[in-house]
Write a protein that binds this ligand. Sequence first.
Ligand code: DQA
Length: 142
Amino acid sequence: MNILILNGPNLNMLGLREPEIYGDQTLDDIKGMCAQWALDHDWRVDFRQSNHEGELVTWIQEARGAFDGVVINAAAYTHTSVAIHDALKLLDVPIIEVHISDPKKREEFRHKSFIGPVAAHVIAGQGAQGYVLALEKLAEVL
Ligand code: DQA
């Protein structure tokens, strides 16, 4: 299986960014965890991050027909982006929404997700391990 893992804005700052909320693992650490999981399961993962909504939308559009599943932590765009919601609707593969923290237990503005309605599953509040849990969920679903 070939999986696209997308990360939204500020996730490149993991490790430095609010470690009391997001832990001290960097995005590179998480990429390594996903790569190891993929190796162990003979899957491929393409792990990307962007601070730009349009770039994420383009990557999602390009994923049509190219991947068997998508894992997405859209970060702050989760709560704002109709454009990412619409792009994800173009896909006919399972989508897993991931959050390191649990947005539903944080400020009210984080309670709304534009990804949720198009996601097969949501994994939140499991820390960096949530990415591996998302891959495991995809293995169940696919
Ligand atoms: C996040 C939660 C979002 O509310 C926040 O804007 C992020 C990270 C998470 O992984 O917990 O940037 O998606």
